[in-house]
Design a protein around this ligand. Structure first.
Ligand SMILES: CC(=O)SCCNC(=O)CCNC(=O)[C@H](O)C(C)(C)COP(=O)(O)OP(=O)(O)OC[C@H]1O[C@@H](n2cnc3c(N)ncnc32)[C@H](O)[C@@H]1OP(=O)(O)O
Length: 406
């Protein structure tokens, strides 16, 4: 008979967990030099192993960080490195890992967990919902020019990868709270960022905007030469954020000035950055994809809901939340401009904790999630009033966006 158990791995065991995880992504074990770097992405005490008769068959880990939310910030467990050996899948190993990890977060007082999903059908059952999206755009460089009326405030300087690694943590820290959904990139995030650019092809450059108050925006790109098609290069901007409109405009001016680039692939950016409107020719830009970005799971529903601010003036709604994994979250909550509190009042909207994760940063309209059957209105006669109040409470000015891969 097989004996399955879950426990936290110690430092001597994490390379095996990394090898197992890489195999689930069909990648060979990390070479020694790669492991020197990637072991620094593992936070001590945050890697779980699933064992079958003392053999490691699955793993999941997390990194402690802080999530920017409307009007504030909240501690978050950034979940990553999830994998189950291909000959042990579909027998509940991930379910056990997720339950252990979420219980551990709850016991440590971490109100929110977040992840990027390899497949969209996996994590909803554990209470995660898509909280942010990102948009990728293609810019035809010879048609793209920044409007002369766009603001300007400073200079853009280019740096190589080694210099970027010393500069960017401080630059990023200055923009990290400029949009809901963004994360603090602790020391465990940067080796992942470095690994991506070391592995990827093309020359990497970091453009930093030095504004009148110091560095306030950056863009990290790779210029990939395509010798097959007319011997020119494509610029892939893979990490970009700006704290001010002037920094955003100046960065684009500098990026579009780089010679021998036919097109710019602006990857994984917020849905609503006004790139098309920044340029003289709207049609120099085409959206090439909109995808899910950060999935959020409210581990402690009242603590998470009280970490953000709400609009709505005198509005209030009563939510009935169901949480099949962390059952203490299930119950009724009154949400108003002054926050969230448990209540015995009758519920007006009933929803699962995964759908609450979708609404948390204001990335979805409540009415849309009602329309698709994710939220139930308990009394149809008050639907318009309840939907209006919920919308005014939860809506935010800009699209939430994470922008950090982990
Ligand atoms: C945050 C990140 O790290 S994202 C990376 C995730 N890892 C990967 O994609 C690597 C490749 N995949 C794997 O290692 C595994 O298939 C995992 C981790 C996704 C799933 O592990 P399993 O142990 O098979 O999951 P488990 O058996 O607990 O499944 C629970 C339920 O989810 C379903 N499920 C799990 N994975 C999938 C999937 N990929 N597609 C569809 N359904 C799935 C199962 O069918 C099961 O459904 P049920 O409750 O209705 O019976």
């Amino acid at each position: 008979m097989t004996d399955r158990s879950i426990r936290t791995l110690d430092a001597t065991e994490i390379r095996s967990a990394n090898t197992l995880f890489r195999a689930t992504l069909h990648e060979p074990p990390a070479a020694d030099d790669v492991w020197q770097r990637s072991q620094r992405t593992y936070q001590a005490g945050r890697t779980l192993g699933a064992f079958e008769n003392d053999t490691l068959i699955g793993t999941a880990r997390s990194i402690d960080t802080t999530l920017t939310v409307p009007g504030g910030a909240v501690p978050m467990a950034a979940v990553t490195g999830v994998g189950v050996r291909a000959d042990r899948t579909r027998r509940g190993v991930l379910t056990d890992l997720m339950a252990t990890q979420l219980t551990d977060c709850a016991e440590r007082g971490v109100p929110v967990a977040g992840l990027h999903a390899s497949e969209a059908v996996i994590y909803g059952r554990y209470g995660y919902g898509i909280a942010t999206h990102h948009r990728s755009r293609r810019v035809t460089r010879h048609r793209a020019e920044v409007r002369s009326s766009a603001p300007t405030d400073g200079e853009v300087e280019l740096y190589d990868l080694d210099t970027a690694l010393t500069l960017l943590p401080d630059v990023y820290a200055r923009v990290a709270h400029s949009r809901s959904g963004m994360l603090d990139r602790t020391e465990h995030f940067w080796p992942m960022w470095e690994g991506h650019f070391r592995k990827a092809s093309g020359l990497m450059r970091l453009a930093v905007h030095h504004g009148s108050d110091g560095p306030d925006g950056y863009a990290a790109y790779r210029a990939v030469t395509d010798n097959v098609v007319d011997d020119v290069a494509v610029m892939h901007i893979e990490d970009m954020a700006a704290a001010t409109p002037a920094a955003y405009a100046d960065l684009w001016r500098a990026l579009l000035r780089v010679d021998l680039i036919t097109r710019v692939e602006s990857l994984w950016q917020p849905l609503d950055v006004p790139l098309e409107a920044l340029l003289t020719d709207h049609r120099a830009v085409a959206t090439t994809g909109v995808e899910d970005d950060l999935w959020l799971r409210l581990v402690d529903v009242p603590a998470a809901l009280n970490a953000r601010t709400y609009g709505g003036g005198d509005d209030a709604v009563v939510l009935e939340v169901s949480d099949p994994v962390l059952k203490s979250n299930s119950g009724r909550y009154r949400l108003s401009a002054s926050g969230c509190s448990p209540t015995s009042e009758p519920a007006q909207l009933a929803l699962g904790v995964d759908t609450l994760g979708m609404l948390y940063l204001g990335g979805w309209r409540v009415a849309d999630l009602v329309a698709v059957g994710r939220i139930e209105i308990t009394d149809a006669s008050t639907a318009d009033d309840v939907l209006g109040a919920a919308h005014r409470l939860l809506v935010t000015d800009s699209s939430p966006w994470c922008g950090t891969f982990f």
